[in-house]
Design a protein around this ligand. Structure first.
Ligand SMILES: [Zn+2]
Length: 277
C-alpha cells in the first residue's frame, strides 16, 4: 500500500504532468474498482480540466469542475504515467487520457477503489477516515502527540495506524517508527512513559521526513514502491544488534520488530530481576 512518503511523491509527479490538462479519453477495464455516486460514469470527466490533485488521508483526489475522483489504492494499487496507445496491462483498473499523456490505475488485487463523487461529498465514501493530525505538519507537536497517546487504552501499534488520530502511518512505517523508538509493537499506550512518548514522537518525525527525502531522491517512476531502505519491515536481521527480526500479530496485522531492541514491557507485573527480593 502506498504510504505517506509514496503518496507525496506520486502527488508531486501527477501535478507536474497533469494539472491544467483536459481529459480527452477514458476507459474502465475493471468495473469493480470504480464506484460512481453521481449519475453517470467516468465519461463525465471528458472535456473537464484537472484543477488539483491532493491527498485526503490515504486517498488521492483528482479534482475537476463539479466532480472529484477519489482513489484509495488499498494494498496493491499503483499509478502509472505513460503514452496513450500502449497495450493494457492485465492489472489495469481504469485509465484517463490527458492529450499526449495517459494516467493508469493498476491493481493486482482489485482491492482498491476509485469513487466518482460530487465535489467534497466525502460522506459518500465508506471507510474514509479523516481528522487526524498531519504528521509532517507543524501542528504535529510533541505536546499534542503525548496527550493523544495518554488518552488511549489500546496497543501502541493500533494507535499509530488510527487515521482519525494521525494522518497517517501504514503498516510499514508503523514498524519502522516503533523500531526507531525501541518500543515493542504490543505495548499498551497507557504503559508508555512520558519520555518514551517523546521519543516516539521524535521517531515519527525523523523516520517520515527521511523517508520522504529518500523516495524523492530515488526519483523512480511513480508505480515503483521504494521500500528497500526500511530497517525492520520484511527484514531478516536487525541492522542495529544482529538479532533475528520477529513478527507478531497485532489486531490481525503483522508487525515486524527486533525482540532485543524492542523488548516487551509487562505492565502490571513486578520485574523480579529489579525488585531485589
Ligand atoms: Zn536489534
Amino acid at each position: 500500500m502506498p504510504e505517506l512518503p509514496d503518496l507525496l511523491y506520486i502527488l508531486a509527479r501527477l501535478r507536474e504532468r497533469l494539472l491544467g490538462r483536459e481529459v480527452t479519453a477514458e476507459r474502465v477495464r475493471e468495473p469493480v474498482v470504480l464506484r460512481c455516486t453521481v449519475r453517470g460514469n467516468l465519461s463525465l470527466l471528458l472535456g473537464r480540466t484537472l484543477a488539483e490533485v491532493f491527498r485526503k488521508s490515504h486517498f488521492l483526489v483528482f479534482r475537476f469542475e463539479g466532480l472529484d475522483l477519489a482513489v484509495n489504492p488499498m494494498l496493491a494499487g499503483r499509478f502509472r504515467l505513460t503514452e496513450p496507445g500502449g497495450r493494457d496491462e492485465r492489472t489495469l483498473g481504469f485509465a484517463l487520457g490527458f492529450g499526449n499523456v495517459e494516467m493508469r490505475y493498476l491493481d493486482d488485487k482489485k482491492m482498491g477503489k476509485a469513487y466518482l463523487i460530487a465535489t467534497d461529498d466525502w460522506k459518500a465514501i465508506p471507510g474514509l477516515q479523516t481528522g487526524g493530525v498531519d504528521i509532517l505538519s507543524p501542528e504535529f507537536t510533541r505536546e499534542r502527540f503525548v496527550s493523544l497517546l495518554k488518552h488511549r487504552r489500546d496497543q501502541v501499534r493500533v494507535f499509530l495506524l488510527d487515521k482519525r488520530v494521525l494522518d497517517s502511518l501504514g503498516n510499514a512505517y508503523a514498524d519502522e517508527v516503533l523500531f526507531e523508538a525501541g518500543i515493542h509493537p504490543k505495548t499498551f499506550c497507557r504503559s508508555i512513559s512520558h519520555d518514551d512518548g517523546v521519543r516516539l514522537h521524535e521517531a515519527i518525525v525523523k523516520v517520515m521526513s527521511e523517508a520522504v527525502a529518500e523516495v524523492e531522491d530515488r526519483a523512480e517512476p511513480i508505480d515503483v514502491k521504494v521500500r528497500d531502505f526500511l530497517k525492520v519491515r520484511r527484514k531478516e536481521t536487525c541492522p542495529r544488534c544482529g538479532a533475528r527480526i520477529r513478527t507478531a500479530g497485532v489486531r490481525g496485522m503483522d508487525a515486524w520488530f527486533c525482540p532485543r531492541c524492542q523488548p516487551a514491557s509487562r505492565p502490571g507485573l513486578v520485574d523480579w530481576t529489579r525488585a531485589g527480593k
